[in-house]
Design a binder for this molecule. Structure first.
Ligand code: FE2
Length: 258
């Protein structure tokens, strides 16, 4: 049987000897603490005073307006950064369009290289996913996405000397290197705007782009070794596997939002 002492209610913790302050006393006490801290450090953060500008901006933003000035989230996000992101979105879409055209060429009944067709089709999806990533980032920072016209890519990729496989892969490499260059220039824009968060975002894309340039360079080098006949047929089988692997890594459009 439990002893009486174990069943008894423990004694309440002793209350502070300090009497309960009235609201006015408490406010006075906080004010004195601020003043003391200010005297000691000269630096006291006063949210309601120092955040006045932000509060005015939030209060004046319209709910349904599409203008940049009415963004609720925007902070330290330069107009140049917003324009640069829209340009990069257009470039990613242009690459997607170009890869799509190449995919359709290799899917022709008189070309029949299904591995190349799949690889370029998945590459097209990957570039569109990059455009989506940039659109989500634009929205996150309070910018406005503006889509622009896309130039039509050529339908044919025949090349007498190189063959279609190598020729198309050289075009892919040129595009990836151009994209790398454009991302560098987007990083310059972020740097000029003194926007470390935007720089961080572009740096992740730069890192992925460096991998893409190396990978396509390897493909060009291998295609230069294998010639235009049986070697291309073997490389096509490799690209079919590669496409399946890449497809599994493309984020779903609903996962990339926010
Ligand atoms: Fe891309």
């Amino acid at each position: 049987m439990a002893s009486a002492s174990r069943l008894s209610v423990p004694a309440a913790a002793p209350r502070s000897a300090r009497p309960i302050a009235t609201r006015a006393q408490a406010q006075q006490e906080v004010k004195e603490q601020y003043e003391t801290a200010e005297n000691q450090t000269g630096m006291v953060f006063k949210p309601m005073k120092e955040g006045k500008e932000q509060l005015a901006q939030v209060a004046s933003a319209h709910l349904t307006s599409s203008s940049t000035e009415d963004s609720l989230a925007r902070l330290n996000f330069a107009a140049e950064s917003e324009v640069g992101i829209n340009e990069q979105i257009n470039h990613e879409y242009s690459m997607s369009y170009q890869y799509h055209a190449m995919s359709n060429f290799f899917n022709r009944d008189n070309v029949g290289l299904q591995g190349f067709a799949s690889f370029y089709r998945v590459s097209s999806l990957e570039e569109r996913a990059h455009a989506q990533q940039l659109m989500d980032y634009q929205a996150k920072r309070g910018g406005r996405v503006k889509l622009a016209a896309l130039a039509a890519p050529p339908p044919d990729y025949n090349h007498e000397e190189k063959g279609d496989a190598l020729y198309s892969m050289e075009i892919a490499l040129a595009l990836e290197k151009l994209n790398f260059q454009m991302l560098y220039s987007l990083h310059d824009t972020a740097e000029a705007a003194n926007d470390s968060q935007f720089q961080d975002f572009v740096e992740e894309m730069l890192s992925e782009q460096a991998d893409a340039v190396k990978e396509i360079s390897d493909f060009v080098a291998r295609l230069r070794r294998v010639g235009k006949g049986l070697g291309v047929y073997e490389f096509d089988k490799f690209l079919a596997e590669k496409a399946a692997e890449m497809y599994a890594g493309i984020p779903s459009p609903i996962e990339t939002a926010a």
